[in-house]
Design a protein. Sequence first.
Length: 621
Amino acid sequence: MADLRIDALFNTALRAHRQGDMATATRLYGQLLAIDPAHAPAQFLSGMALLTARQPERALPHVAEAVRLAPDTASYRQGLAEIHLTLGRAEEAERAFRMTALCDPASTASWTWLGGRRELAGDLTGAERCARFARCLAETPASAMAHAAILSRLGDVEAAWPLADRSVRLTGTYNPLADLKSGLMFPPVPMSREQIEQSRRRFADSLERVAESGLRLDDPTLQIGRTPFYLAYHGLDDRPLAERFNAVLHAATPAFQEDRPETPRSGGRLRVGVFSTFFNAHTVLRYTRGLMRAMARRDGLDVIALPTTAIPEPGRAHLESLGCSVVPVVRDYPQAVRQIRALNLDVLVFADIGMEPLSGALACTGLAPRQIALSGHPDTTGTRRLDGYVVCPRFEPAGYEQHYSEPTIPAAFWPLDYSASVSDPASIERPDRDWSRPTLICAQAVFKIHPDMDACFREILERIPTALLYFIGLPAGRRPITERFVARLRAGGIDVEGRVRFLPFMSTRAYLGWIHHADAVLDSWHFSGGDSTFAALSAVAPVVTLEGGFYRGRQTAGLLREIGAAETVATSAEGYSAIVERMVADRDYAAHLRADIAAKAPLAFDRMDGADALIDAILGL
């Protein structure tokens, strides 16, 4: 009789579960488990019903018990992984997915997720292998899109674009979300200016189709999962595409359309939050901490640093040392929105927007009465929700306001607390290099180096026949991106094997040694150095730069002009090559440039002039 009752309860609970009545299903599963707690299917389904009802903490013990009772059942382990994911326990989720793949090697979901974990760990090569295997097991729209996404991140858009387009059509009906993801697949290393233009046309075309589709999004950070990050490196006006992208997201995402909160001001004190997912050893922190320290010292302000929960303890301690309180934000859009709104901020400052999905989604959401962007990622955001974008007119071209969708807030100079100084050349580490040949270093990640530079590199190497040209290599898991860059140089007529070298990641001291002892440091075009230029100044190394048409291509030129050391700012590609050649051939000229940098570089560091006026503008005072 007990068995009959168990079967009846299970079937009734399962029927309620399939009909979406989770409350009834959970209650009936509970009655069954009171009779037979070793009923593994009921334990599992009870947990999944609770997960669907957004109760992952209650779901976990049920699914964990199902796994204990039936350890070889892949679906139970996959359910356990999904619960761990929901709870933000990535390591536990990865272990569960690995066990799922062992129990059922044909589990497409497990291989897809493991590929995602490899991607997060920076191993794009391993991620591509997982995604390819998942697609071989079952080519679904999801597995095809996941594989295309990894291929595009590796730079192989020639394979990624047709695969992504196929995933849009696999269901037989138009899939606007897949189309939008496909449009966002920009090559990290474009092979030519023509490929840049092609990628931008694909993006624009996908936005037009998606705009007419009625797409609805609950959480764009999860459902889309990427940003048009690489637009900033194209050397073109990004405002039209940024605005169209944000208009599509705004129409599709109800949360973006909610009114801003009206925050009561307690005791006359203003609460200012500063958000970034990069408050660690990153350029964003070095560019922002001076402003944060100055705001924290201002009477009447409570400054709250808002890193994400992944920040290590030394990073948190550093933020506290600036005088800020620290509230780590969960890297989950709905939870982050609730968490930030609960702080009742008067002003929310974004140190950067666009390098990852969460910052952009939060910037599109009404979280504070006043929301401001800094230029941690120096490109317009396209969103209507920002009340200002801080710019430095000294670094901008004439008519720069038209490049921004946001109202611009001018700063006299960035309030930098760079905590750097000019190095004593005698203390700088001497690198292990071929001292018989001139060394030229372009100290930028290869995805920042525009195809327009390739002809200039070839001309420089022709002018200086014995020189070696060094770039910064990427980690092993991203080696295919470096290989595409090498292929592009080779296609441009450069003897890569004989003339080009890649520096591995190294300590700051070793890096400064290479920069100081280089015969010339070459800045990248269209997206110039920021942190790398400050490093060169601290290493007493002149930087050759070509001023671009947008702020992001003018940072080095603006900084050199600001300190009165603009002799290495070129006005043409030919002029750029000529300066590099002269630095190598004319030792007196090179020594003069170094002496000039040694005398003037201190003017670039710890610049707090204009901080008070900028804070007033940010606060809207």
